[in-house]
Write a protein that binds this ligand. Structure first.
Ligand code: HEM
Length: 417
């Protein structure tokens, strides 16, 4: 190969996966799943059947084959997620195994999962995050705020929240600038296989080919401090990562690192701007920033599901579950379980608790949680410093968080001066 690989856009000119996800998936209208989830949880913390269908949404195409059982309670979620011996992550094979490839870390069980995770955790460890937090993260965040600071009013999603986590991952992977927008579209489009197989599979194939070629190119042209080279060469207790695992991880990184943090930060901003007294509190007491981030993740988790299947027949809350059944975790329901937290529907940054399941729990707990918290703290502090009078724009509709599997607002129209 003479030059870096090229990337191909969707064949259908003008196809926009960012809006299609909510339009075709029918999830735009689902602004309040919480009332119904609370009703179902009160009947039984384990729901048997297609939870999406219960909300009038189309069945997830990656879940049609299996009997579904959904965990809605915190205690029941701990029982399963903290027991990697009796529950397997194989349940992700028909979804994550297709979006990111059959060698994605999410699908692995121990002992392989533990080995791969150690190597990845090393690369995403505190030293690397501190290094990124020194330069790359602030540069990305302030560079974006510079572009809209003088305007007085913007859609914060379009101008900022959609962009900063993605720009950061883009820089980390050192993608050529001209590939960035198409990569973003395709990376997002991969998740569409849950309701639009044609576009979803097109995105999956194009990202797979691009990432495979990019890694081959980087290996042939290594750069100092190149993240891809670092991943390929890191050794922990004699273990390195095989090529297919690295390729899958990069395919996952763009979604895991971009879409989740973007929705997570958007939800945090909706929470704070619709509770302006709590924005004011943060202005006077910055030590509350980490608590505000965790409270928003609890109140409106951006990633709303995790999956497992039992290794042997089990019974949870009186429901029999067999190997091959899909155990889904409704993280939105679990995070508002009144047995876990008082006043679960209130957003209150003074709680100061990290007790929630937004990053899941146990051995597969989100590997990027420290990075996500640091990125969100840097972004929030930058907005508090530079736009202290940030507020909702009264000339536009109030922002609404919607969705089932991923939740976030489409727009956050704000004013500032
Ligand atoms: C607010 C932001 C984020 C949220 C809410 C989130 C949430 C989650 C959840 C719910 C899981 C599923 C765990 C399970 O199956 O039990 C997960 C796994 C994962 N996340 Fe995140 N995530 C976020 C950001 C990130 C970032 C920034 C990265 C990487 C840069 C990342 C990388 C991963 C990876 C690689 C896994 C698979 C871990 C494993 O299976 O061992 N995530 N995340």
């Amino acid at each position: 190969m003479d030059g870096p690989p090229t990337i191909e856009d969707f064949e259908e000119v003008g196809f926009n996966p960012f809006t299609a996800a909510k339009e075709l998936g029918g999830e735009r209208e689902l602004t309040d799943p919480f009332t119904e989830l609370a009703r179902l949880r009160a009947i039984n913390p384990v729901y048997v059947g297609d939870l999406k269908a219960n909300f009038g949404l189309p069945t997830d195409l990656t879940q049609v084959e299996q009997r579904q059982v959904w965990i809605l309670g915190y205690k029941e979620a701990r029982q399963v997620l903290l027991d990697p011996v009796n529950y397997s992550a194989e349940a992700y094979r028909s979804s994550v195994g297709i979006y990111f490839g059959p060698r994605a870390i999410s699908i692995m069980d121990d002992p392989e999962h533990g080995k791969v995770r150690k190597v990845l955790q090393h690369v995403f460890g505190p030293r690397a995050i501190a290094r990124w937090n020194e330069k790359m993260i602030p540069r990305t965040i302030h560079g974006l705020i510079d572009q809209f600071e003088g305007k007085g009013a913007v859609d914060l999603v379009d101008a900022f929240t959609l962009r900063f986590p993605f720009h950061f991952i883009h820089e980390l992977m050192d993608l050529p600038d001209e590939h960035r927008d198409i990569f973003h579209k395709l990376a997002f489009g991969q998740l569409m296989i849950t309701f639009d197989e044609k576009h979803g599979m097109e995105a999956v194939g194009k990202i797979r080919d691009y990432v495979t070629a990019l890694i081959a190119w980087r290996r042939a042209h290594p750069q100092p401090h190149d993240f891809i080279t670092e991943l390929a060469t890191t050794e922990v207790q004699g273990e390195t990562l095989e090529e297919e695992v690295i390729i899958s991880f990069f395919r996952q990184l763009m979604n895991a690192g971009g879409e989740t943090s973007y929705n997570g930060f958007s939800n945090l901003m909706v929470a704070l701007l619709t509770h302006p007294e709590q924005w004011a509190l943060l202005l006077t007491d910055r030590s509350l920033v980490p608590a505000a981030i965790d409270e928003a993740l609890r109140w409106e988790p951006p990633v709303c599901q995790a999956l497992r299947t039992p290794v042997n027949p089990v019974e949870i809350a009186g429901v029999e579950i067999r190997p091959g059944d899909l155990i889904g975790f409704s993280l939105s329901a679990i995070n508002r379980d009144p047995d876990m937290i008082e006043r679960p529907d209130d957003f209150d940054i003074r709680r100061g608790t990290r007790k929630h399941a937004a990053f899941s729990m146990g051995s597969h707990i989100c590997i990027g949680q420290h990075l996500a918290r640091i990125e969100m703290a840097a972004a929030l502090n930058a907005l508090l410093d530079r736009l202290p009078r940030l507020r909702l724009d009264p000339d536009h509709p109030r922002p609404e968080i919607s969705g089932f599997m991923l939740r976030g607002p489409e727009k956050i129209r704000v004013r500032f001066d």
